[in-house]
Design a protein around this ligand. Structure first.
Ligand code: ADP
Ligand code: TRP
Length: 330
């Protein structure tokens, strides 16, 4: 079984990205052959500064390694270091109906907001399909927001196979040049709240970053918005952003204890924030230290990525060759 997923290199990772996506990759990596990449091509339409692009892209690779993706057991690479993916994207693009891309959320939302949409954003789902299909990926763990992209990916694989592969059986998915992937939609993942109570997102500037300095992490946690209930009064945990975040970290028993403290009154929000800060450090300090060590050992990181790209090109090259033979480019 091949498991594949990617993270867009558009900024620094936060708790939402970790609990919403990266943690699931880590859990799945032991269940099959993992392919994890840095989606730098996908970041181009948002990041328009070369220095930032390099920083973010390398940053995602460091995050992967620091958080525990093991290059001895999985393939870690930069999307742009596998040119085959861009070529497959073009081939897939030739069987992609415009209408389907016009219905894609990313494009539709941007267009509805009156933004100037470039081809990169419009074609984003086709590149994502190429990412998945190039390695005959079986399982693709992603958040709910990516479901539509997975459906398009399957549609394009079926369409290509039906068009070009006479042995293809759409019932079984066998006999095509492209394998049909299964989604692995992480729908049990709750939305992680940001410091202002809205969904945690880079675009809202309400994140708690995994790898910010101790000082910055503390600052972010201390600014989590709470109401003005006085210290001595009883508080409702379910309506508190701090509790919403504590839920991610604490086991059931510890969480129940905290909930009791909320309801009993006598404890201020500051104390719950300190509890959250402690929980953050308990969970992430090992990874934070590893990332620091990796930063001082970038040769190693580049070597991991070089080997990863070589492996990805080996697998992807064969699939692309099959595709090219099927459609007469070879
Ligand atoms: P951002 O909103 O900060 O730009 P991305 O869109 O790059 O984040 O998200 C990358 C991954 O992290 C996606 O799979 C998404 O589902 C997940 N994710 C992002 N924010 C959250 C959140 N607040 N709660 C749960 N998952 C999230
Ligand atoms: N579109 C995904 C996101 O925004 C990132 C991504 C690009 C991806 N290519 C992929 C995820 C292939 C899974 C498989 O989060």
């Amino acid at each position: 079984m091949r498991i594949l997923s990617g993270v867009k290199a558009t900024g620094r990772p936060h708790l939402g990205n970790y609990f919403g996506a990266i943690r699931q990759f880590l859990e799945l990596q032991s269940q099959g052959e993992g392919f994890y990449f840095v989606a730098d091509l996908h970041a181009l339409d948002l990041v328009r500064d070369a220095e930032k692009m390099r920083e973010y892209a390398l940053g995602v690779a460091l995050d992967y390694l620091a958080l525990g993706l093991d290059p001895e057991h999985c393939t870690l690479f930069m999307q742009s270091q596998v040119p085959e993916v861009s070529e497959l994207m073009w081939v897939l693009g030739s069987v992609t109906p415009m209408g389907q891309l016009q219905r894609a959320h990313g494009y539709k939302d941007a267009a509805a907001k009156g933004k100037e949409v470039d081809f990169g954003l419009f074609a984003y789902p086709v590149l994502m399909a190429a990412d998945i299909l190039l390695y005959r990926s079986n399982v693709v763990p992603v958040g709910k927001d990516q479901k539509q992209h997975l459906e398009l990916t399957r549609d394009l694989a079926v369409k290509f196979n039906l068009t070009y592969c006479k042995d293809f059986d759409p019932e079984t998915g066998e006999g095509g040049a492209l394998a049909l992937p299964e989604g692995h939609i992480l729908d049990d993942v709750a939305v992680v709240p940001g410091t202002d109570g809205r969904k945690m997102s880079k675009s809202y500037d309400n994140t708690i970053q995994l790898f910010a300095s101790d000082k910055q992490v503390k600052k972010s946690i201390m600014r989590v918005v709470t109401d003005s209930t006085p210290v001595e009064d009883a508080k409702d945990p379910e309506n508190c952003n701090v509790y919403g975040l504590l839920k991610l970290f604490l086991a059931d028993a510890a969480l129940a204890e905290v909930a009791d403290q909320y309801r009993a009154g006598g404890t201020g929000y500051g104390a719950f924030k300190t509890r959250l800060l402690d929980a953050f450090h308990t969970q992430f300090d090992a990874a934070r230290m590893r990332r620091q060590e990796l930063l001082e050992n970038l040769d190693y990181v580049h070597e991991v990525l070089r080997k990863g790209a070589a492996r990805a090109r080996e697998v992807g090259g064969e699939v692309l060759a099959d595709v090219q033979r099927a459609c007469g480019l070879r």
